[in-house]
Design a protein around this ligand. Structure first.
Ligand SMILES: [Zn+2]
Length: 375
């Protein structure tokens, strides 16, 4: 392994080349109010793992496989840069620098993609992965502790003042890992007491994500032995409110085992979130039918309406109703926000059972038509 000095040198080269150093200097300006004292100073650095590998493969390996260690290296270099360039006079110790590495992407290899259906889901290593899924639930935004300053209760100890004991949130940590009343001083082993005035709070939101395949259950052809398990995502600070229920996302996150006695849960700390549209998969037969009827604007619709729900009533009956139900599924936009709003239809009937069966079948067809309009 390279010596830490050489790794830190590579971090500095990368920060300089990527423009992160400039951004760091800009970000320091917001903290330069002399009236305002902080225990921790938070800096988000946008990093591109491929570029880092080019600068230093070993550093790139830490970024991809040991993000906590990589964060520590970046934290150390940022502190040195802040002190050397006098960007922030009131910062005293390295632990006051809270660096958040924001990954722009991950290499397109299977080991960096996690299928939510696979089990076991993790080998305990905190390494960034990409998961894809659909949001089924979310909480309101609440507060969490980004960082806190602790002082030693022994007045003769150097840690009774200053910024020696700073705790910041790391992926997978619970609130009690950051703030608790039974921490002890590293120097004299006396009890530590939190300096409540300087507690830094951030925003937090929990989101439940299920594999997109879970929607297959709505098609009515589910296998009874199959079950889908949702996963909890932790969105923090700038990521809060970036997801919506019913939409699909590609989330770059760091899986972690969260210990909340007596339970251990597996969750993901989100790092980067992108909207995601599942690939269209139209059956070959359907595609062939569309190709052979493309000469007429009505033929495809008529055949589709005729064949729709043949198990519910004999051919030739309810054709207008069937056509309307199918038309209500057709979308004219690929805008994700509009995708789930079909055309409303009003049906008057004295046989609600047949209608109910058609509507259930229509729900199963929904997917085909969402995909067809994108062709
Ligand atoms: Zn002490």
């Amino acid at each position: 392994m390279s010596d830490p000095f050489s790794l830190k040198e590579s971090v500095l080269v990368y920060l300089d080349r990527s423009g992160c150093l400039e951004k760091l200097s800009e970000d320091c300006k917001q903290y330069n109010d002399p009236q305002q004292d902080e225990a921790v100073y938070r800096f988000c650095l946008s990093i591109n793992p491929s570029d880092i590998i080019e600068v230093d493969p070993e550093l790139g390996d830490f970024v991809l496989h040991d993000p906590l260690k990589a964060t520590k290296l970046f934290q150390s270099v940022c502190f040195l840069a802040i002190k050397t360039l006098s960007l922030l006079e009131k910062i005293h110790t390295e632990s006051q620098v809270n660096v958040i590495l924001k990954y722009t992407h991950l290499p397109p290899f299977p080991e960096y993609t996690l299928d939510l259906c696979t089990f076991p889901r993790g080998n305990g290593l905190l390494k960034p992965v990409i998961v894809e899924g659909l949001v089924i639930a979310m909480t309101r935004v609440t507060k969490y502790t980004q960082g806190a300053r602790f002082l030693c209760i022994n007045e003769d100890c150097t840690c009774s003042t200053g910024y020696y004991h700073i705790r910041v949130h790391v992926p997978g940590a619970t609130e009690s890992a950051t703030v608790r009343n039974d921490f002890s001083c590293k120097i004299c082993n006396s009890q530590l007491k939190e300096d409540m005035k300087l507690r830094a709070l951030g925003d937090k939101q929990l989101v439940e994500l299920v594999p997109y395949k879970a929607l297959n259950l709505l098609r009515g052809n589910q296998q009874p032995s199959l079950r889908y398990q949702s996963v909890t995502l932790f969105l923090r600070d700038e990521l809060c409110n970036s997801m919506e229920i019913g939409h699909s996302y590609k989330v770059l996150g760091i899986p972690a085992h969260v210990h909340q006695w007596p339970h251990i849960t597996w969750s993901i700390e989100a790092n980067n979130i992108q909207s995601w549209e599942p690939e269209s998969k139209i059956s070959g037969t359907f595609q062939e039918l569309l190709n052979t009827t493309v000469c007429s604007p009505w033929r495809f619709c008529a055949i589709a309406a005729h064949c729709f729900g043949l198990h519910i009533s004999p051919p030739g009956l309810y054709n207008t109703l069937k056509l309307c139900l199918l038309l209500s599924l057709v979308q004219t936009t690929s805008d994700l926000k509009e995708m789930f709003h079909g055309l409303d239809i009003l049906v008057c009937t004295n046989d609600s059972l047949i209608l109910d069966r058609y509507i259930n079948t229509k729900v199963n067809f929904n997917f085909y038509f969402i995909q067809l309009q994108n062709m």
